[in-house]
Design a protein around this ligand. Structure first.
Ligand SMILES: [Zn+2]
Ligand SMILES: [Zn+2]
Length: 165
């Protein structure tokens, strides 16, 4: 996950956490700041305080005698919106990358198949030699297919790993 992170201009994992509500574990919706400095979605903290008898910060456990006034933090709200947007862009760009890889893999496999067909065609000329060639051809084909698939899988894993953060 480290190699391709450098090339991405999107938010880094550390920033990502700043836009996550610790109650719903999602990107903030109408983020509010409470006096201890922790931020939550307005609905999340309101519900949390409705359920719990005491007004307490779910993160640092600071107690409030009075329920603090909840004002939407416009700065965080904008940052969260931007973050959500860039996360969506990243999702769409990575899916197009996957589409780029597929035809390439397909083409390579197709080429190998043609080669094997050629070898098969020569079977009629010389059975003994062709058998050996087919075996070799299949081996190359399998090895190539495996390495291509592994490379592709790695790309997918890297992408999904980045997205999960
Ligand atoms: Zn929330
Ligand atoms: Zn707190």
């Amino acid at each position: 996950c480290l190699t391709s992170t450098e090339n991405l201009s999107g938010p880094q994992p550390r920033e990502y956490n700043q836009f996550l509500c610790s109650i719903c574990l999602d990107v903030f919706t109408d983020p509010v700041s409470i006096p201890c400095g922790h931020n939550f979605c307005k609905t999340c903290i309101t519900e949390y305080w409705n359920i719990n008898v005491q007004c307490q910060c779910p993160v640092c456990k600071r107690l409030y005698n009075m329920r603090p006034e909840l004002q939407i933090n416009t700065f965080i709200s904008e940052m969260a919106a931007q973050f959500r947007q860039s996360a969506q862009q990243k999702t769409s760009s990575s899916s197009s990358e996957q589409q780029d890889v597929k035809p390439e893999v397909h083409q390579m496999i197709q080429k190998r198949r043609l080669k094997i067909e050629e070898i098969k065609a020569s079977v009629q000329l010389s059975n003994k030699d062709a058998d050996r060639e087919i075996a070799e051809g299949v081996q190359v084909f399998t090895a190539l297919k495996e390495s291509v698939e592994r490379g592709f899988l790695f790309t997918v894993l890297t992408e999904s790993c980045l997205l999960r953060r």
